[in-house]
Design a protein around this ligand. Structure first.
Ligand code: IPM
Ligand code: MG
Length: 356
């Protein structure tokens, strides 16, 4: 029996998690899967006064994989940084040693009209952001707020060790080898020491991957090329902070932030989460897009359970449901059929069952 920890979190997290459970249910007949639910983020603050309770931590460490909805919301905005819902997400990433976050961008032809980019720029676009996830400004010490020369002064530390850079570079090159064999490493080596070391180590690792083409790009240029020439990218390797920003930019090319899954790997178990946030403004309305979340289950089947055929089935079923004209609000346009979160989940579940 393999265990999957479900941490729905806040905002739209619980609604989309329900749809992920439908998808997992389709496979449970043939796979012995135990699903355990625990709180994280704001929900855990409310229940235990801690965004990453020990109980959640323990089950996460023992689980084969973790599926996460989203964390955060205005209710917890006034809390100090160390007690916010986001700390739960950062805590679980760090606790499980998940240093690599894979964010693949797929353009669904059925939704191309939702992209802010012209159709000709979207042709042949398919790339993966490989984001370092447990270092950089997010975790660097020292950090804080102090009184200096009579005024409040805040500081964070951007830091990377060669070990941290080397292992994420290896992840990126290994992934590129399975695809179009191109890595574009993003940095700011013209200004920051941390990023000079980043570039140096990426070049060192590249010596073992002479079959993969490596290029370097400053982050400001990368932000521009994502909208100018996105088809030029295959694997985009980024530090934590730059990857957070660039992956949101990349996601919107697909038409909606609600469509993109991600996998965080490198530790003993893996964590899968859609890249969108908790969207408190639409929470509880049954209108959120569950596709990103359902595609997380596909990534999980592929990477954690070695079941690429299940992953393909999920992706095919999502595509078929889109072909049938069903759309959640974020991807609705006249002539298509506006449906709720739950109806979209049920439609994909039905399609999978009919193909199984
Ligand atoms: C993401 C999110 C998180 C991050 C937040 C919620 C802490 O934006 O997964 O991209 O910054 O990593
Ligand atoms: Mg983000």
């Amino acid at each position: 029996m393999e265990t999957i920890l479900l941490v729905a979190g806040d905002g739209i997290g619980p609604e989309i998690m329900e749809q992920a459970k439908r998808i997992l249910g389709c496979f449970q007949k043939n796979m012995p899967l135990e699903l355990i639910e625990k709180p994280i983020g704001g929900a855990a603050i409310d229940a235990y006064g801690n965004p990453f309770p020990q109980e959640t931590d323990q089950v996460a460490r023992a689980a084969k994989a973790v599926l996460l909805g989203a964390v955060g919301g205005p209710k917890w905005d006034a809390l100090p940084l160390a007690q916010r819902p986001e700390k739960g997400l950062l805590g679980i990433r760090k606790a499980l040693g998940l240093y690599a976050n894979l964010r693949p961008l797929t353009i669904w032809p059925q939704l191309a009209n939702f992209s802010p980019l012209k159709p000709e720029i979207l042709e042949n676009v398919s790339f993966t952001v490989v984001r370092e996830l447990t270092g950089d400004l997010y975790f660097g010490e020292p950090r804080g707020l102090e009184n200096k020369d009579g005024q409040r002064t805040a500081f964070n530390t951007m830091t990377y060790s060669e070990t941290e850079i080397r292992r994420i570079a290896i992840t990126a090159f290994d992934l590129a080898r399975k695809g179009r064999k191109k890595v574009c490493s993003v940095d700011k080596a013209n200004v920051l020491e941390t990023m000079r070391l980043w570039r140096e180590i990426v070049e060192e690792v590249h010596r073992d991957y002479s079959d993969v083409e490596l290029s370097h790009m400053h982050v400001d240029n990368a932000a521009m090329q994502i909208v100018r020439q996105p088809s030029s990218f295959d694997v985009m390797l980024t530090p934590n902070m730059f990857g957070d920003i660039l992956s949101d930019e990349a996601a919107v090319l697909s038409g909606s932030l609600g469509l993109l899954p991600s996998a965080s790997v490198g530790g003993t178990s893996a964590l899968y989460e859609p890249i969108h946030g908790s969207a408190p403004d639409i929470a509880g309305k049954d209108i959120a897009n569950p596709i990103g979340m359902m595609l997380c289950v596909a990534m999980m089947m592929e990477s954690s359970f070695n079941k690429p055929e299940c992953a393909a089935l999920i992706r095919q079923s999502v595509s078929d449901v889109l072909d049938s004209g069903m759309r959640t609000t974020d991807i609705w346009s006249s002539g298509t059929d506006k449906v709720s979160t739950d109806s979209m989940g049920k439609a994909v579940e039905r399609r999978i069952s009919s193909l199984l």
